[in-house]
Each structure stands twice: as C-alpha cells, then as structure tokens.
Design a binder for this molecule. Structure first.
Ligand SMILES: [Zn+2]
Length: 125
C-alpha cells in the first residue's frame, strides 16, 4: 500500500516536529500532486489509523490540497498544464505526459509529483 507508507512518513515527520515544540497537532495540510497517483480516500484512512496511537496527533484534522500537473517540453519549450485522457474506463481523466503544443513526449515534470507537508497547525499547552 503506497498510501500507507507515504502517510507513515508524513506522520513521523509531523510528530517529530510537534514533539520538538512541545505542541499538539490540530491540523496537517498536505499537498498531493496529481501525478503521485495517491488515492485521497486511502490517505485519509491511513492518517486515521496512524494518528490514533499518537499522543500529539490524535484527533487532528487532515487537509488535502490537490496539485495539478505541470510539464516543460524539452522540444519546443512549452511550459504549463497537461492534457487529460478522456477514457471512460477510468473513474477520472488521467493526465497525459505529452506536450499539448508539439505532441513531443520529451517532457519533464515540473509540478504535481509527490506529496509534501505544506503546513502544520499546532496548539501549545
Ligand atoms: Zn513541445
């Protein structure tokens, strides 16, 4: 489970940070890139399971912000958003890693990969 190991790492980082400040965590804000292919529902589930046992994280809220994919084309220099496949076999439209201007596949991902902790809201007691 990719989501579980990702969230375990997030929880570990947040916990360390909170302990160092003697704080309790109220809210964790995560930025999840659309190219990370992490499922929000499973991230939430993992967060609940992982924070249940934690003295500093129990009862905290998880806020997930999606980050759209952005690419840079090595061929024509295009920089920006991607096109989406219109495939009914999927429940969502997967992003296509191809330049929408010149159709080159020689593109670099600029944004939307990975999962980062953006902000932690804490209460000091
Ligand atoms: Zn291009």
């Amino acid at each position: 489970m990719h989501e579980f190991s990702t969230m375990a790492e997030v929880v570990r980082v947040v916990e360390d940070e909170a302990r160092r400040r003697n704080a309790r965590v109220k809210e964790v804000r995560l930025e999840v890139g659309e190219l990370s292919f992490l499922c929000e529902e499973q991230l939430r589930f993992a967060f609940e399971v992982l924070t249940e046992q934690s003295d500093v994280l129990r009862g905290s809220k998880l806020v997930i912000e999606g980050v759209k994919a952005e690419i840079k084309c090595e061929h024509c220099g295009y920089e920006g958003g991607v096109r989406y496949a219109d495939d009914l076999a999927y429940h969502f439209s997967p992003p296509i890693l191809q330049c929408p201007r010149c159709n080159s596949f020689d593109v670099r991902i600029v944004k939307g990969r990975g999962c980062v902790v953006k902000e932690i809201v804490v209460t000091l007691d």
